[in-house]
Design a protein around this ligand. Structure first.
Ligand code: CA
Length: 424
């Protein structure tokens, strides 16, 4: 199946600023609303959004396997139910409608006025009704750093780590959209100087720089998705900040893993970039030693070159970029994660969210959490406003950004931005 929408030579009649994440080669999906428009499916291009509900009503999406209700919806799930090929055909159609060499929509100003809205004029909504959320632990650098800090520098990686894309089941109800503030969590912590635990607001609130991916409907319960099939079951990707309370985590995580340290909030970016749009940015994965079991082997390129950065914006001050990383550092790729997730017969459904796990690079300035960047509080980070951070303070806003670039084409994710409010 050809992905004509990925043609790097395409230009749009809609103006796209040169540094925009939202080129005509991107065309990510999201849900918008305005005071006058009910929630509906939209596609982003440059600083504009394309209203797919109205586009459908005006007849521009004919001969595609969609109904009006797929776009006249407060979530992308109905549209996603149509599957991978339908999404691909839809994105190819939208690309054609926005192509500078195509007159159909471009030359009908009356229609353009109805379907093309300024991004500032719309509110972004949670794009997907998330059924289940699974989080992995797939960055070797991150797992090693955490192992060095909390266990044994000589045996930082646990014996299973190089064999299994380690993961756990997270909580979908507390996944929030970029722009929504969160409250500092409270819970049991066990300071070293006290014998018993105490109840307190977390004093070690942290972010985790991750990417998320959303699935289409998978196979029936009992069946597995292979690494070769995995891409057919992945709709798209977003930026993902998996908030973590390190002090709560440290006390509670043995023996079943994180619970309240992780389930109070996770933030996603608003525009879901299709896996199709990421196709040109595939790169080699890190070499895996020892050789993985056969169900985790894969052919071809399965990693993606995505530049990532994290910034902290203190209250009433300018932001400071504190980390620059890349998605390509991940040891276990998405195909392996999905294959592993389903190898026991576990099913995935349309709208399930998978977190990559914290993405740490090889250098100290590419780590994906405060825990690592400030090394358990021993190396506080200097902010541009003169203050220091060991962890995230009240009223700090944490901003993550990501984009890929190749052959003059930029495909990006915008940002996920979340302000932390004092504990309730
Ligand atoms: Ca995580």
């Amino acid at each position: 199946m050809s992905i004509s929408a990925n043609n790097p030579s395409l230009k749009s009649w809609v103006e796209v600023p040169t540094d925009s994440d939202f080129s005509i080669q991107n065309l990510p999906f999201g849900i918008i609303k305005t005071p006058n428009l009910t929630p509906r499916v939209a596609v982003r291009i440059g600083d504009k959004v394309l209203d797919l509900k109205t586009l459908f009503v005006l007849g521009y999406l004919e001969n595609l396997p969609y109904e009006l209700s797929d776009f006249d919806s407060e979530y992308l799930n109905k549209m996603m139910k149509r599957g991978k090929k339908a999404t691909r055909d839809l994105r190819n159609r939208i690309s054609k409608l926005l192509d500078v060499n195509q007159a159909d929509l471009q030359k009908n100003q009356h229609h353009v006025d109805q379907v093309l809205l300024a991004v500032e004029s719309v509110d972004m909504c949670m794009p997907i009704q998330i059924g289940d959320y699974t989080d992995f632990y797939s960055s070797k650098e991150h797992a090693t750093n955490v192992g060095v800090m909390f266990r044994d520098p000589a045996n930082a990686l646990l014996p299973n780590w190089l064999w299994i894309p380690v993961g756990y089941h997270g909580r979908a109800s507390s996944v929030v959209l970029s722009g929504q503030s969160i409250y500092r969590p409270k819970g049991q912590v066990k300071p070293v100087e006290t014998e018993d635990p105490i109840f307190a607001p977390s004093s070690q609130l942290d972010f985790e720089l991750e990417m998320g991916f959303f699935t289409y409907d998978g196979k029936p319960l009992g069946d597995s998705i292979s690494t070769a099939e995995a891409e057919e079951y992945i709709f798209g990707m977003c930026l993902f900040n998996d908030w973590s309370a390190r002090d709560i985590q440290k006390w509670e995580y043995i023996p079943l893993g994180p619970f309240l340290a992780k389930n109070f909030a996770s933030s996603i970016s608003a525009w879901i970039v299709t896996l199709d749009a990421m196709e040109p940015f595939k790169v080699d994965s890190p070499k895996q030693t020892p050789e993985v079991l056969s169900y985790l082997k894969f052919d071809g390129l399965k990693s993606y070159d995505i530049n990532l950065e994290v910034a902290i914006e203190p209250d009433n001050a300018q932001e400071t970029v504190i980390s620059r990383s890349n998605f390509k550092y991940m040891y276990w790729n998405m195909a392996q994660q999905l294959a592993h997730h389903t190898v026991n017969g576990c099913n995935v459904r349309s709208g399930d969210l998978m977190g990559s796990g914290t993405i740490s690079g090889p250098t100290e300035d590419s780590y994906g959490s405060m825990l690592e960047l400030a090394w358990k509080g021993t190396k506080p980070l200097k902010m541009n406003d003169g203050t220091e951070r060991k962890f995230i303070l009240d009223k700090d806003t944490v901003i993550m950004r990501g984009y890929s670039e190749k052959d003059g084409v930029r495909v990006g994710f915008g940002e996920v931005s979340t302000k932390v409010l004092p504990a309730k």
